[in-house]
Write a protein that binds this ligand. Structure first.
Ligand code: BES
Ligand code: ZN
Ligand code: ZN
Length: 498
């Protein structure tokens, strides 16, 4: 799929060469001085005249008319080196890749040295190239008849560099792995709910377990009944689709201790149940398994890169439907932990399935917990669509999650859980907990509820209701599922320190 070349490959002509170009034009890097010489200083002239733009994220394509060994050069404007950010670098490179796709070319050649700079080392550039390549070219058009498909025709990725090739190779591969896993999570989110059920979701987990040798457990309804998973079962009660509690174990240490539990909300469709959603808010609720998707995506990265950590992934999956058998507001249910819950709103179903999943992760030895869920509309009101909401009962564990999020460029913002918030989720008159103590601060209520099941275990809760999908596509992101936090969860596991 990808190859490395030390200098110009002199035998065959390249279809297109992607290079970075800084402002001012005296800053030509990588292969560009050689190209400029071969073109009798034409490149410098074109940059000076503005025909090749050095403006951040600007893309200029020029034909070389046989003067150098590439049919065309695609320039990515990088602006002034001192002002370059990773984000604008990624967006610029993504535009160049999309240009190659628009031109319907079948290979990409990148001069990596011209794309490095004071804030981007060549190792970092290599990792980001792999990631951006995967993310920017991703589309989901599985149900379009083939002539309408927009998938890419690119099947070759070449890098030109004078730097250490083994290191570039390793980093590039890591970038591909991170990007590909994020695309896997995106696809899971984009799959329609009649196709992606709890059963098919568990088949994806099974595929991963076979590919990477994870230990797999998928509990069926009867096993859940025997264990007393009353919260997940209550949500599934109105459905004809069987529920699934999916467990994947990855052991990267000699002993099964210091286990990181990754817990995902896997609601394959959320109608709201008897507390039915309005028709406009129901559309899109196939994405209510975005947490589960991120967990499976992270497990793919973990399977590929095999960090020296122990991880248990737990996904609670069902749809949330309406029928004569469905749970109702006013029902009281008993969770796996033994805690009883008064259901005041059947649309607050995510926290119910997470309750049992968090408890089950602890049964499997999780000593650190991260749960991830499209949990509340409240977090969208509070933080919008750029920031994931994050909550914790342990600031130092949160710091590790924040560090991972900074590395991967998936921003998050902490919201509080106070003692009074915890009292509110315990405000039921007839049960231990109340699943919906009112609209005020309800992203916090959702988090505080899940926290009751984490108890004293260091725990971080990610509410991705605002970030799991996009309505507005951008350079690295087509319409639909984002696969958000796939990278961050995997990075956390890779870097985790007790
Ligand atoms: N799946 C929704 C949350 C959601 C909202 C996800 C918007 C993605 C976009 C969740 O199950 C839900 O319905 N939450 C309720 C909670 C309320 C009833 C306490 C909400 O946010 O309104
Ligand atoms: Zn809901
Ligand atoms: Zn939901």
């Amino acid at each position: 799929m990808f190859s490395m070349q030390n200098q110009w490959n002199s035998e065959s002509e390249i279809e297109c060469l992607i290079v970075g170009v800084y402002h001012p034009s005296t800053m030509l890097k990588g292969i560009l001085p050689a190209c400029n010489a071969a073109m009798n200083d034409d490149l410098i002239e074109l940059i000076k005249s503005g025909d090749i733009s050095t403006t951040k994220k600007a893309i200029t394509t020029i034909p070389t008319l046989g003067k150098v060994k590439t049919k065309r050069i695609i320039f990515v404007g990088l602006g002034r080196e001192s002002q370059l950010t990773e984000e604008s670098w990624k967006e610029g490179v993504a535009r160049a890749f999309r240009k190659v796709k628009d031109l319907r070319l079948s290979s990409i050649t990148v001069d990596i040295d011209s794309l490095t700079g004071s804030s981007i080392t060549f190792e970092r550039a290599a990792a980001l190239l792999g990631e951006v390549y995967m993310l920017s070219l991703y589309t989901f058009d599985g149900y379009k008849q083939s002539n309408k498909k927009s998938s890419s025709s690119i099947d070759q990725f070449n890098i030109i560099s004078n730097e250490n090739h083994q290191e570039i190779h390793n980093q590039l591969k890591k970038g591909f792995v991170y990007g590909k896993a994020t695309n896997f999570a995106r696809t899971l989110v984009n799959l329609p709910p009649n196709i992606l059920t709890a059963t098919t979701l568990s088949q994806y987990a099974e595929d991963l377990s076979k590919r990477y040798g994870f230990e797999l457990e998928v509990l069926n309804k009867e096993e859940m009944q025997n264990l007393g998973m009353g919260a997940l079962l209550a949500v599934n009660q109105g459905s004809v689709e069987p529920p699934a509690m999916i467990v994947l174990k990855y052991q990267g240490k000699p002993e099964w201790k210091d286990v990181i539990g990754l817990v995902g909300k896997g609601i394959t469709y959320d109608t709201g149940g008897y507390s039915l959603k309005p028709r406009e808010s129901m559309v899109g609720m196939k994405s209510d398994m975005g947490g589960a998707a991120a967990v499976l995506g992270a497990m793919e990265i973990i399977g590929e890169l095999k960090p020296e950590q122990n991880v248990v992934a737990v996904i609670a999956s069902t749809d949330n439907m309406v029928s004569a058998t469905a749970m109702k507001p006013d029902d009281v249910i008993t969770s796996l932990s033994g805690k009883t819950i008064e259901v005041l709103n059947t649309d607050a179903e995510g926290r119910l399935v997470l309750a049992d999943a968090v408890t089950y992760a602890k049964h499997h030895g999780a000593s650190y917990l991260v749960d991830i869920a499209t949990l509340t509309g409240g977090v969208v009101v509070a933080l919008g669509n750029e920031m994931t909401g994050v909550f914790t009962n342990n600031q130092s564990f949160l710091k590790q999650v924040q560090d991972a999020s900074e590395k991967t460029g998936e921003p998050m913002w902490q919201l509080p859980i106070t003692a009074k918030d915890r009292d509110r989720v315990k405000s039921s008159k007839i049960a231990d907990l109340n699943n919906s103590p009112g609209r005020d601060g309800h992203a916090i209520m959702g988090a505080a509820f899940v926290g009751e099941f984490a108890e004293d275990t260091p725990w971080v809760h990610l509410d991705i209701a605002g970030t799991a999908t996009v309505k507005k596509p951008s350079e690295l992101q087509t319409y639909g599922g984002t696969g958000v936090m796939t990278k961050t969860l995997a990075q956390l596991v890779q870097d985790f320190k007790k």
